[in-house]
Write a protein that binds this ligand. Structure first.
Ligand code: HEM
Length: 141
């Protein structure tokens, strides 16, 4: 079931209200046939049914991603800015917030409290003690 909600931002900080249709991932997963094909790229859903036989990379690669999150494979190919621009034509909505994956790892160093020593003192300290002892105990010849 699709949910339509107003988004409070147009992405430019202008505060323009644009309705966004949210779809659950289970809805997207059902659209995996040649008759109806959707895929997800960076949390956005695209209906690529009419694009299938126009895709310069062939329809085979799209079929493999049908109904699923294709963000990684889309990026791996290194699509041009023209290709990214084309996405707009096929955009139909966003992934429902409840289905969004959490950010992997906490990249904020202030929130990451684990202090990791960047070098180890285990090797140089005993080594220097050993060398110092050898020098002190050295017998004059
Ligand atoms: C709606 C989504 C997509 C659009 C609009 C799109 C568009 C394009 C365009 C315009 C090209 C020509 C090269 C370029 O301008 O970058 C291309 C090539 C290609 N695409 Fe996509 N693509 C989409 C999704 C995907 C996905 C999900 C894959 C998965 C692997 C894929 C794989 C490829 C490959 C392998 C090529 C050929 C690259 C080459 O020959 O160098 N595309 N695509």
């Amino acid at each position: 079931m699709a949910t339509v909600e107003a988004s409070s931002s147009d992405g430019k900080g202008q505060g323009v209200e644009t309705p966004v249709t949210y779809y659950r991932l289970e809805e997207v997963a059902k659209r995996n046939t040649l008759k109806e094909m959707w895929l997800v790229i960076h949390g956005r859903i695209y209906d690529i049914t009419r694009f299938l036989n126009e895709h310069p990379g062939g329809e085979e690669v799209l079929l493999e991603q049908a109904g699923a999150d294709a963000s990684e494979s889309f990026e791996d190919v290194g699509h041009s800015s023209d290709a990214r621009e084309m996405l707009k034509q096929y955009y139909i909505g966003d992934v429902h917030p409840n289905d969004l994956k959490p950010e992997s790892g906490n990249k904020d160093p202030l929130k990451n409290n684990t202090c990791k020593r960047r070098y180890s003192l285990r090797f140089p300290v005993p080594f220097l003690l050993h060398v110092g002892k050898q020098i002190l105990l050295r017998r004059p010849c």
